[in-house]
Design a binder for this molecule. Structure first.
Ligand SMILES: Nc1ncnc2c1ncn2[C@@H]1O[C@H](COP(=O)(O)OP(=O)(O)OP(=O)(O)O)[C@@H](O)[C@H]1O
Ligand SMILES: [Mg+2]
Length: 234
């Protein structure tokens, strides 16, 4: 594990789940059973656990994409589902990399990345300059006008990363950001991700099945039996 953990552990709590419960299908499946979880500013956290244990569900709650049945989820001390201007809060504070990218296949890389900036009211020049910066950094500048459907898997993952970071969020929720990639490409995309979050001071929670990537985050937490478990520190 990264040796900056102790310094980052004393920071401000930016994400908090308190006794969070979530079920689906009219209560027939209970996925989250009293999740308690805190994330400090600037930390990178790997959220691990078997398929179907609820990693995406928890990330969706933090991103305001769904609501808990019980308990509270807060971002920067503000309870997500009670905030009167939730969308504004989330558009500026949080970037989300979806497990299945959720890019629009018929639009170009550039168009996909500009969508969240329009929603957040960012002016076109600022958005264009941010887009250049991110695509330079991720090696995608030559693909700006390419439609998503013509990009490779790795290029799509990097595009999803750029889109999530367009509004300079302070928090990145990344759901299997390298999930569908081969080992080499996965490692390259992950390096890039760690590099960007470190230089921009972004707090990241990443759901992953990849243990080799997970141990490179500041903290690794496991989800099972509907709760979060954290291995004791050495
Ligand atoms: N909208 C939904 N309606 C019904 N069931 C759902 C819904 N979303 C998730 N579930 C169920 O909740 C459980 C947890 O799903 P979730 O996607 O959070 O798991 P996960 O840990 O992200 O899995 P994976 O590692 O495969 O991505 C699964 O049993 C899933 O079928
Ligand atoms: Mg998932």
């Amino acid at each position: 594990m990264n040796n900056t953990v102790s310094a980052k552990n004393v920071g401000t709590v930016v994400l908090r789940a308190e006794d969070v419960w979530k079920s689906f299908d009219e209560g027939t499946i209970t996925v989250l059973k009293g999740v308690d979880f805190e994330v400090n500013e600037g930390q990178t956290i790997a959220l691990c656990g078997p398929s179907g244990c609820g990693k995406s569900t928890l990330l969706h709650l933090f991103g305001g994409l769904d609501e808990p049945d019980r308990g509270t989820v807060s971002v920067n001390g503000i309870e997500v589902n009670r905030h009167r201007n939730l969308l504004r809060l989330l558009r500026h504070e949080i970037g989300f990399v979806f497990q299945l990218h959720n890019l629009i296949p018929d639009l170009t890389l550039e168009e996909n990345c500009l969508i969240p900036t329009v929603a957040a009211g960012i002016d076109h020049r600022t958005a264009q300059s941010r887009l250049r910066q991110l695509t330079d950094r991720t090696g995608l500048s030559h693909r700006l006008n390419q439609r998503i459907q013509k990009l490779s898997g790795g290029e799509r993952q990097r595009t999803a990363l750029c889109r999530a970071l367009m509004n300079k969020p302070k928090i990145l929720l990344a759901d299997e950001p390298t999930g569908s990639l081969d080992e080499q490409t996965s490692s390259t995309v992950f390096e890039l991700l760690l590099d960007i979050v470190a230089t921009e001071g972004v707090t990241m929670v990443m759901a992953t099945h990849d243990r080799e990537l997970a141990v490179r985050c500041d903290r690794l937490v496991e989800m099972h039996d509907g709760r979060i478990h954290e291995p004791a520190a050495d």
